[in-house]
Design a protein around this ligand. Structure first.
Ligand SMILES: Cc1cc2nc3c(=O)[nH]c(=O)nc-3n(C[C@H](O)[C@H](O)[C@H](O)COP(=O)(O)O)c2cc1C
Length: 143
């Protein structure tokens, strides 16, 4: 139950870079982590772990990516989230983070407990932004 799972969608690699930095933080706390692109993930993987991080950039108009991430997130509705800890993250460009606020509200409506506000980064994460991702990984597994 101690293994950590990161599931993400990333079109141009920015959210993927966040996932890798979050994984670094998790590993620095001595935990094992699997990083799985959402097209290789399923809800049973989430059921098996306590610590989960989900990543998706702002797509559409302030939405999750609609072909893979949106149906995956929808499938998480009926999971028992009561003993799980969740972190959300993703990259954006011109918006103000609305998609992430909506996503957080949605996950909380499923019963999920977030360890922090969703972490958002403008375009490619660099410097301090990568450090913030690493910190989120640590926060997740210490929650
Ligand atoms: C089709 C499309 C729709 C997008 N819609 C939004 C949006 O509504 N708000 C926003 O802030 N950024 C939007 N973006 C910008 C992406 O969120 C941004 O490029 C992000 O860094 C992509 O992350 P990725 O490299 O993980 O795919 C959009 C990008 C694309 C290609």
């Amino acid at each position: 139950m101690d293994k950590v799972l990161i599931v993400y969608w990333s079109g141009t690699g920015n959210t993927e870079a966040m996932a890798n930095a979050i994984a670094k933080g998790i590993e620095s706390e001595g935990k094992e982590v699997d990083i799985v692109p959402v097209d290789s993930a399923n809800e049973d993987m989430i059921k098996e772990v306590t610590y989960v991080a989900l990543g998706c950039p702002s797509m559409g108009v302030e939405s999750l990516e609609e072909d893979e991430m949106e149906p995956f997130v929808e499938s998480l509705k009926n999971i028992d989230w009561s003993d799980k800890k969740l972190a959300l993250f993703g990259s954006y460009d011109w918006g103000d983070g609305e998609w992430m606020r909506n996503w957080k509200d949605r996950m909380e409506s499923y019963g999920a407990k977030l360890v922090a506000d969703g972490l958002i980064v403008n375009l490619e994460p660099q410097g301090e932004e990568l450090d913030n991702c690493t910190e989120l990984g640590k926060t997740l597994v210490n929650a």
